[in-house]
Ligand binder design. Structure first.
Ligand SMILES: Nc1ncnc2c1ncn2[C@@H]1O[C@H](COP(=O)(O)OP(=O)(O)OP(=O)(O)O)[C@@H](O)[C@H]1O
Ligand SMILES: [Mg+2]
Length: 438
């Protein structure tokens, strides 16, 4: 054991409160990260964003499917790019938002941090009519809120004003952009970004959204792609997954063996939420065991149940809808869909996995026809529409992040799923890959 570790091990003998505080500092299953200290495996993307933004007038769009770590990359990049004095503005969209309401939220957030800005405007020192102002320079309020800017130009003027009075390095994160479905509203954002760039406004916008929203934004304005540095995020690689676990273990003075680390990394399938959640539950168990900080197989088993029980409803609900049927055929089929590393799998490959899994459990597999019928059912709303398929017979989890939950449930049921990630097997080497199967 190295000295640093020795110094930290007393954490385990401290009161629950202190342990809990430190644990929450190093593991955050449900809160996006904001600091490079904890962001693993995204150095390339962060550098890419930094380099792209040397060019004036460029903004960022981070996209891909749910749960890969979009908000964490966006917020960490935003904190890195903002001035030390002014934190970035973090805004989230929901279905009720429009372009105007997001701009109003931005204005209100900055004003709440620096009321002097509103005061300057009220006294007319802004020297222009902002739409947020009326005639004699009063901020108008609807039900106690500033009114929305009426046009793109007004919004651009407002942001220019915030850059002048609040921070020339203003960075704004617009998260969950996919929630804005209206084409016209999306177009407003695309036009706004173009105007900001054309008018040399120094603020930077970082958007996050799942898959298709990037296409929507880009197609909303012919030249929008010129103004965006786009980052398509993949799942975390093996190294990054392992670093999350090792980093937290070292900080807490917990001794964790390689096999358990690989098991957690394997279950997560590269979705960082699961790495954080399972490790958090495991380290609580270690703390409570008062066993001098050592992970054991029994504690790991318990932590999987803890993690599964604590799983967010949005992940659990479709899974339960799919498996809470009078036959218990469905769960092993979901294990088979989650087998391997590919997000989309051919029905024939899934069937192969399924037969292997059923045999390993000493159960008789369904015939192919019945299996196909089950697969079809799993696309229906009454089964949580947990699977989607294209016409050529490739299946995937509708929400990819649910793969991790299926993998956790498989592990709990002592079902071994294959590791066929090329990086995983290469990095782990033959022995590592074998270990991961343990
Ligand atoms: N690169 C990373 N290294 C370590 N942990 C990470 C990383 N990226 C994300 N996480 C962790 O994973 C969890 C999920 O990440 P995040 O919220 O950023 O994902 P997301 O893609 O925005 O998800 P959603 O689509 O649900 O909004 C966070 O709680 C965060 O702590
Ligand atoms: Mg997010």
């Amino acid at each position: 054991m190295n000295n640093a570790l020795q110094n930290l091990r007393p954490v385990l003998t401290q009161p629950e409160y202190d342990f809990g505080k430190l644990l929450a500092h190093v593991l955050s299953p449900s809160r996006p990260l904001q600091s490079e200290e904890f962001l693993r495996g995204r150095e390339e993307q962060l550098t890419g964003i930094r380099k792209a933004l040397y060019a004036a007038g460029r903004h960022v769009f981070i996209h891909e499917f749910r749960g890969v770590g979009k908000s964490s990359l966006a917020q960490t990049a935003a904190f890195t790019l903002s001035s030390a004095q002014q934190d970035p503005v973090l805004l989230g969209c929901d279905k009720s938002n429009s372009f105007g309401s997001i701009m109003r939220d931005l204005f209100e957030e900055v004003v709440s941090r620096n009321p002097a800005i509103e005061k300057t405007l009220r006294e007319g020192a802004g020297g222009f009519n902002l739409g947020l102002l009326t005639g004699n320079g009063k901020v108008t309020h609807q039900e106690g809120r500033a009114s929305e800017p009426n046009t793109i130009n007004e919004a651009v003027r407002m942001v220019r004003y915030l850059c002048e009075k609040y921070s020339k390095d203003l960075v704004v994160v617009v998260d969950e952009f996919d929630q804005i479905k209206d084409k016209e509203e999306q177009e407003h954002f695309a036009n706004f970004i173009k105007q900001l760039s054309d008018k040399h406004v120094t603020a930077r916008f970082i958007f996050c959204g799942i898959g298709e929203t990037i296409d929507a934004l880009m197609s909303a304005h012919g030249s929008a792609d010129r103004y965006f540095h786009t980052v398509s995020l993949d799942r975390l690689d093996w190294d990054a997954r392992l670093e999350i676990i090792t980093g937290a273990a070292d900080a807490l003075g917990i001794i964790i063996d390689d096999t358990t680390k690989y098991r957690i990394a394997k279950i997560s399938d590269g979705f960082p939420h699961y790495v954080h959640l399972i490790t958090e539950k495991l380290f609580w168990r270690v703390f409570e065991a008062r066993n001098n900080g050592t992970v054991s197989g029994a504690l790991f088993e318990l932590s999987m149940t803890d993690a599964s029980d604590a799983m967010e409803m949005k992940l659990k609900q479709p899974y339960e809808a799919a498996t809470r049927k009078y036959t218990n055929d469905y769960e092993t089929i979901l294990f088979a869909v989650a087998d391997g590393h590919e997000l989309q799998r051919r029905s024939t490959d899934i069937f192969e996995s399924y037969v292997r899994i059923m045999k390993s459990l000493g159960r008789e597999p369904l015939e192919r026809e019945k299996f196909n019928a089950r697969m079809n059912s799993l696309k229906k709303p009454s089964y949580g529409a947990i699977l989607s398929a294209n016409r050529t017979g490739w299946y995937e989890f509708t929400e990819k992040v649910i793969r991790g939950y299926a993998r956790l449930r498989a592990e709990q049921n002592h079902v071994q799923l294959e590791v066929d990630h090329p990086i995983g097997t290469r990095r782990l080497g033959w022995k590592g890959a074998e270990k991961a199967r343990l």
